[in-house]
Design a protein around this ligand. Structure first.
Ligand code: F6P
Length: 464
């Protein structure tokens, strides 16, 4: 079996003894893929230095070999803060108004991709399957090919992908389009994302697609496919059950004194629709007075990308909103909103999910949103909570039995939360069972097996 090489900006280095698991769903899915199969995981060390490393540091943990490079401070700023987070992130989440473009940031982005490829190339064996993840590294395959790599190389984009009219607003978008033609397979979360990318590429290159959905380019066939990323549902369910007997869970339950918990867990990011969510909760309290003093909304939102202006502004807005709602509705023995800018271990979160009567996952746009799937998987089958889910999260394509909402409509969202809080046990159970079907079928393992099979076969087809 060919060796698997995973490349991603962030990687999950082995934890020091006793350190708790804090990584997000994507990193966990990649680690599980590598644990099952063995292989190499290449990425950024998480450290900045005076200059970007020219060679990787190697470490071994079980069947996984880790290879990492440090990034020079200036490179990190142009590649990560400015181009990845200041240009690509808003673009891929349909937020042209937030997009900032500078040629020097694009140059920095290409330079760091070149540095990744320079350090990775000597580690590659001819038959390695190389699987690149996310928008930080779109140019990586082209760079590896320039340095002679003939490997099968695939990309999975974990974010959404916008329609052509938005994507082509990016100055020099053709640099990214060209870079994509160096892959054998490009995976996206949903059929909408796949169709959007396909439309950008077929228009730009004036090419057709084959019956299998490959772009029929003069140089190579690039297979575009939709495959939603999944979770290890059984592991999440077990973690949640164990955590519900733990001390943090007990403290949470005691502190609620019988109130129903409404829970949100998101990075502090403008794509997550947090101001609209806070306002929806405010509408719930103003429109349905029976819930006052009977519910608690807990929003866990660890600070993210604090070096980017829009993220700092969002933080200020949310501080204000949380203060306003608490000032308006709090009683001497009840605080309506608990707003926490910190992270928790996955174990602790699993227990919190299980206890929450309502899970709020209401992004304005999201590639998938694994919190939605984790929340459902963590529920107690006998007394499950209700997921209120944005139509604009990739997860909504599979979890059609959630209470689907338009996050731009805060009144309707407030009503949906009311409906979730008052839903009968029979309806909660029926919806939960229906949502568990795709969650237990499209697991993280099934997702990676499907992708790698396509990558192997696509390469065979190209070579033939
Ligand atoms: O949604 C795509 C994604 O790559 C997630 O996997 C991850 O949580 C996030 O974007 C990137 O976050 P960060 O900028 O902290 O690496």
């Amino acid at each position: 079996m060919a060796r698997l090489v995973i490349v991603s900006n962030r990687i999950m280095l082995p934890r020091a003894h006793g350190e708790r698991e804090r990584a997000g769903g994507m990193a966990v899915a990649l680690r599980d893929a590598l644990r099952a199969r063995g292989g190499l995981w290449f990425g950024w060390s998480g450290e900045t230095a005076d200059a970007t490393s020219t060679a990787a540091k190697i470490a071994q943990s079980g069947r996984i070999q880790f290879a990492t490079i440090d990034l020079g401070r200036a490179d990190h700023d142009q590649y990560y803060n400015r181009f990845s987070n200041g240009t690509l992130w808003p673009l891929l989440h349909y937020r042209l108004g937030l997009l900032e473009f500078r040629q020097e940031s694009l140059d920095g982005y290409l330079r760091v991709n070149e540095a990744f490829s320079h350090a990775l190339r000597p580690l590659l064996r001819p038959d390695d399957l190389v699987w690149v993840h996310d928008y930080h590294l779109i140019p990586l395959a082209a760079s590896l090919r320039k340095h002679g790599a003939a490997n099968r190389i695939g990309l999975f984009l974990h974010t959404s992908f916008p329609p052509p009219a938005l994507f082509t607003a990016l100055p020099r978008y053709e640099v990214l389009a060209d870079a994509l033609t160096a892959y054998d397979v490009v995976g996206l979360q949903t059929e909408d994302d796949r169709a959007n990318l396909s439309s950008v590429m077929t228009t730009h290159y004036r090419c057709g697609t084959t019956a299998r959905g490959e772009l029929d380019l003069p140089t190579r066939r690039v297979l575009l496919c939709a495959m939603p990323v999944g979770i290890d549902a059984a592991a999440m369910a077990e973690m949640a059950e164990t955590a519900s007997a733990g001390s943090e869970q007990r403290r949470l339950v005691d502190s609620l004194v019988g109130r129903q918990l409404i829970l949100g867990v998101d990075r502090l990011d403008y794509s997550k629709g947090l101001p609209q969510r806070f306002e929806a909760y405010e509408r719930l309290l103003s429109g349905f007075a029976e819930h006052r003093s009977r519910v608690t909304f807990m929003q866990i939102a660890p600070v993210s990308r604090g070096e980017v202006r829009q993220y700092r502004e969002l933080r200020r807005d949310l501080d204000r909103l949380a203060g306003r709602i608490n000032g308006r509705f709090a009683e001497f023995d009840w605080v309506p909103v608990r707003y926490l800018n910190r992270s928790f271990s996955r174990q602790t979160l699993a227990g919190f999910y299980r206890h929450a009567r309502v899970g709020l996952v209401t992004p304005l746009r999201d590639g998938m949103n694994l919190v939605a799937k984790e929340y459902v998987a963590a529920q107690n089958a006998g007394d499950p909570g209700v997921l209120v889910l944005s139509r604009f999260a990739g997860a909504a394509h599979e979890l059609t039995d959630a209470l689907l909402v338009n996050p731009f409509d805060v009144d309707a969202m407030g009503e949906a939360i009311h409906r979730a809080l008052t839903m009968s046990l029979a309806e909660r159970q029926a919806r939960w069972r229906a949502m568990m079907r795709p969650i237990t079928t499209n697991t993280a393992v099934a997702w990676q097996e499907t992708f790698l099979k396509l990558l192997q076969n696509a390469a065979a087809a190209t070579a033939a």
